[in-house]
Design a protein around this ligand. Structure first.
Ligand code: HT7
Ligand code: ZN
Length: 878
């Protein structure tokens, strides 16, 4: 096992300034000719040149036209006794794209050729210094069968194309921007494209293209609109212009991740390109917008300025997630819609990053070591990394952040840099700011893993009218980091009076940068209700012993929508965990029900916000809250308590759900704007509750209505929502509806993924859902080879359906272990993602814990396990 360490970074021995690649594309054997201009690094004279290569066959090496001796060492091609002056290096090799099941490097999908080079896929195409600090200008010649592969694409501009003998053709592409090998891409396939010419605010003309298979052209309008909006947004908000004449997006159905920002030739998982009202939900439309934005924003944050080494991954990913989150908020428009997006982002962070930070895979935003870099494309690097950037923006203000970004580009455009360089630029552009004054402490966010606990204690002195707020922080140990230094924690807050009215002059951003600190507020006439961590101003766990009355006040009145929602979630969590702890039945109190009723019926609130408040905290979130309190997690007890609360809310709010349905179920012609999306979301939640209640009480009315809705729906959000109500409510009408849905969409792969996922998320009862998942795993449409399809059943179950996965007999874990082993045999990246499902096994109660350990050990016992999956299970068992 080789461990790569951040502190071992050394600059490359040679720079590769340009590379001229020729591909003779054939699925069984593709010939690659690479002609490079190489320049020794003057700082490391006389060193051998080591080139990375993996699963490829070398046929020739020439230096300045002459054969040279070489050897292999630890998988690298080593060339010694090289000229001290710049020289020409030619390498010929072959690879087998048709057999590349890992989907890294050059592979085939649906009869075409595609590439995925980040992080270390380029070495699976040809020998190269496959590291992000080696940046070259690329020229690429593609030669392939003209009928099978009519579109030949690579980065940059098309400079030449034409016919060749034997039905073949060629295209030559040239990319003027020096780039690291991980941003290289090629596509050779039978595709069609939607094209749009645009002129930007600054008067430049560009050609935008979205390439898909012929039948999918009608699903590309939203991606194109999202791209146009992204270009306009980056220019308006950050002054960053598109630097290419041509910008292409290509959709591919076999893809390990979401999308890839290759320079000028983004390659996307079809899931994040294709969207039509009939086949995609509102959530899909939102995801397309944000992923198109994300990849486009990488053109500057990632491509123009890239990472010095892979430990700096969050330099581009954290920053680009922050940018795509801001883009989506700006697209949402009004403050209430922005808040909805913020709540969704925080929910996601707490659902996936918090458990990561509390488990065996905990690592800093800038990790210190890895075995497989692919395992570090994590929620910590992406989502916590974005929170770190967001805190910087909070500390320097919006205009200050823009100045910082300007300085970052002025200093580092065209370079491969570090997270320190980024933070320094933001601070240097904001002398005297709350960030600049404590930059070294702030950078603990990059270096230390773990989620800080922020304890808040308030005391009011009626005699002096003074309120004192004491904030203190503590971060539990994480693997390899027993002791933590304090973080810089910006705490946006304000005070409310007992009636919930904001107290003028108390809105502040407090900056805690030591273990404990107090702040005072004078001139108060009564004890205030503090609203803390507004907008979730820092990625911490707020430990605040709020009274029920305080939480009801915040839920009912806070000016900060995030904290209104948060108060509702806390009220629900307290009740649910009390039921889990007591082991008895959960009986909902009228105070809680009526607070929720008030939200549901409040005409001043958006439907989207109501849907968020009325959606109970997930079972996974509840499990983490138990673990934080040091209590063993019993997923079945959590499931039972949550199901019981859902059933009671379905019953006690019945009339209110009916009203919500009546007011929101007709949204007219389909538009994925925030208001219509919110109304559809609330209508679907209402329908879900009404069907649940109907089934529980043997009343057929709402089941019939749901079936009718399912049949008549004019868009996928309504149709899938109605189907979900039937399936999740365990209606007897669900089976036939599922069959009908499958038949209606049998040719639409992304919709069939939804069909699997919907069944994998059904609330477990007596093991029936798990049994059905096992049946579905043998369905003729199911396949582990296609990552989207594999995930639709397995990751959906392990991540979103604890009730089905965590069984007292361990059968869920055994099933999972079998599948991880199987997938590991052909796609280690996908397998290692799936293998993360039991990261938190040590926090489980018995018998789950023992069964989980057995299942992980079984995976670890596979002798030929990939390095990717081995790293995950080794850490889990350590
Ligand atoms: N930067 C992209 C990362 C990515 C990737 C990483 C490992 C293996 C496969 C991959 N596909 C895409 C995605 C992004 O953050 O934009
Ligand atoms: Zn990214």
């Amino acid at each position: 096992v080789t461990l790569t360490r951040r502190e071992d970074y050394v600059a490359p021995s040679h720079w590769i300034r340009s590379v001229d690649l020729t591909f003779e594309l054939e699925p069984a054997k593709t010939l690659v000719i690479s002609r490079m201009q190489v320049e020794p690094n003057a700082d490391r004279p006389g060193e051998p040149l080591r080139l990375d290569g993996e699963d490829i066959t070398l046929t020739r090496v020439l230096v300045n036209g002459n054969s040279v001796s070489f050897h292999f060492d630890a998988g690298q091609l080593v060339l010694e006794k090289l000229p001290a002056e710049p020289f020409a290096l030619e390498i010929r090799n072959t690879c087998a794209p048709g057999k590349n099941t890992q989907l890294s490097g050059l592979y085939t999908s649906g009869g075409g050729f595609f590439t995925q080079c980040e992080a270390q896929g380029f070495r699976r195409i040809t020998y190269f210094a496959d590291r992000p600090d080696v940046m070259a200008v690329f020229k690429v010649t593609l030669r392939a069968d003209a009928k099978l592969y009519p579109m030949l694409l690579s980065n940059g501009n098309l400079v030449e194309s034409g016919e060749l003998p034997k039905g073949r053709h060629y295209a030559v592409w040239s990319d003027p921007h020096p780039k690291p090998s991980y941003l290289f891409a090629l596509v050779a396939a039978d595709l069609v494209c939607r094209e749009q010419k645009i002129r930007t605010r600054s008067g430049q003309d560009h050609t935008l293209q979205v390439y898909v298979r012929a039948g999918d052209l009608d699903k590309t309008e939203h991606a194109m609109n999202s791209l146009i909006a992204s270009i306009a947004w980056d220019e308006a908000r950050f002054g960053l212009k598109l630097d290419l004449e041509r910008f292409m997006i290509v959709a591919v159905s076999d893809f390990n991740m979401g999308a890839m920002e290759n320079k000028g030739l983004n390659i996307f998982n079809t899931k994040f390109v294709l969207a039509s009202p009939a086949t995609a939900t509102d959530i899909d439309f939102g995801n397309v917008e944000s992923v198109v934005g994300h990849e486009y924003f990488h053109n500057w944050t990632g491509n123009r300025i890239t990472c010095r080494d892979w430990f700096q991954l969050s330099l581009k990913e954290g920053l680009t997630v922050y940018r795509d989150q801001e883009f989506s908020q700006d697209m949402a428009g009004v403050a209430s819609a922005r808040a909805v997006k913020r709540i969704e982002d925080v929910r996601q962070l707490r659902q996936s990053q918090y458990p990561e930070d509390a488990g065996p895979m905990a690592h800093p935003v800038r990790p210190d070591q890895y075995q497989a870099i692919d395992n570090f494309y994590t929620a910590t690097v992406y989502d916590k990394g974005a929170e770190v950037v967001r805190m910087m923006a909070t500390l320097v203000g919006r205009a200050g952040f823009r100045k910082g970004m300007d300085l970052y580009f002025a200093r580092h455009d065209g370079q491969a840099v570090t997270c320190d360089d980024f933070a320094q630029a933001i601070a240097d552009a904001n002398h005297g700011s709350a960030l600049a004054e404590r930059l070294d402490t702030f950078k603990h966010w990059y270096a230390q893993a773990g989620t800080p606990r922020l304890k808040a204690e308030g005391s009011f002195d009626a005699d002096t009218g003074r309120y004192t707020l004491t904030l203190s922080q503590h971060t539990p140990a994480t693997p390899g980091q027993p002791l933590k230094q304090p973080f810089v924690i910006p705490v946006a807050m304000g005070l409310l009076d007992a009636a919930g009215q904001p107290i003028t002059g108390t809105d502040r951003v407090l900056v805690l940068d030591t273990a404990s600190q107090s702040w005072t507020f004078d001139g108060l006439t009564a004890a205030p209700v503090p609203s803390l961590l507004r907008g979730f101003s820092a990625p911490v766990i707020l430990e605040w012993d709020a009274s029920e009355a305080e939480l009801f006040t915040l839920l009912g009145h806070d000016t900060d929508a995030f904290n209104r929602w948060e108060a509702g979630q806390r009220l629900a969590v307290q009740r649910l965990l009390a039921a889990v702890r007591q082991g008895g039945d959960l009986v909902l109190d009228e105070a809680f029900v009526s607070a929720l009723r008030s939200v549901l019926n409040d005409p001043a609130l958006d439907a989207a916000f109501k849907e968020l408040v009325l959606t109970l905290p997930s079972e996974g979130y509840l499990a983490e809250r138990m673990a934080e309190a040091g209590e063993p997690i019993d997923p079945q007890k959590i499931h039972a308590a949550r199901e019981s609360m859902r059933a009671q809310l379905a019953r006690s709010l019945h009339a209110d759900w009916v009203t919500a349905w009546e007011q929101n179920s007709q949204t007219g012609g389909y538009r994925p704007d925030p208001v219509s999306c919110g109304r559809r979301a609330l209508a679907n939640l209402a329908l879900n509750m009404l069907v649940l209640d109907g089934v529980a009480h043997g009343e057929p009315l709402w089941q019939g209505k749901a079936l009718q809705r399912f049949k008549d729906a004019g868009n996928m959000t309504d149709r899938l929502g109605a189907l979900a109500a039937l399936v999740h409510g365990r209606s007897s009408l669900a089976g036939a509806a599922l069959e009908r849905f499958h038949a209606m969409f049998s040719g639409e792969a992304l919709v069939i993924d939804k069909w699997f996922a919907l069944q994998a998320t059904a609330p477990e009862q007596d093991g029936q859902v798990f049994a059905q998942i096992k049946v579905l795993a043998r369905h003729p449409d199911y396949s582990l080879r296609n990552p989207n399809r594999a995930r639709s059943l397995l990751l959906t179950m392990t991540q979103l359906n604890p009730g089905a996965f965590h069984r007292a007999d361990g059968a869920g874990y055994a099933f999972w272990a079998d599948k991880v082993q199987e997938v590991d045999g052909f796609n280690p990246q996908l397998a290692s993602r799936m293998a993360r499902a039991l990261d938190r096994w040590r926090a489980l109660a018995e018998p789950f814990r023992s069964h989980a350990r057995t299942a992980i050990e079984r995976i670890a016992a596979k002798t030929d396990l990939s390095g990717d999956t081995r790293e995950i299970v080794t850490r889990a068992l350590a």
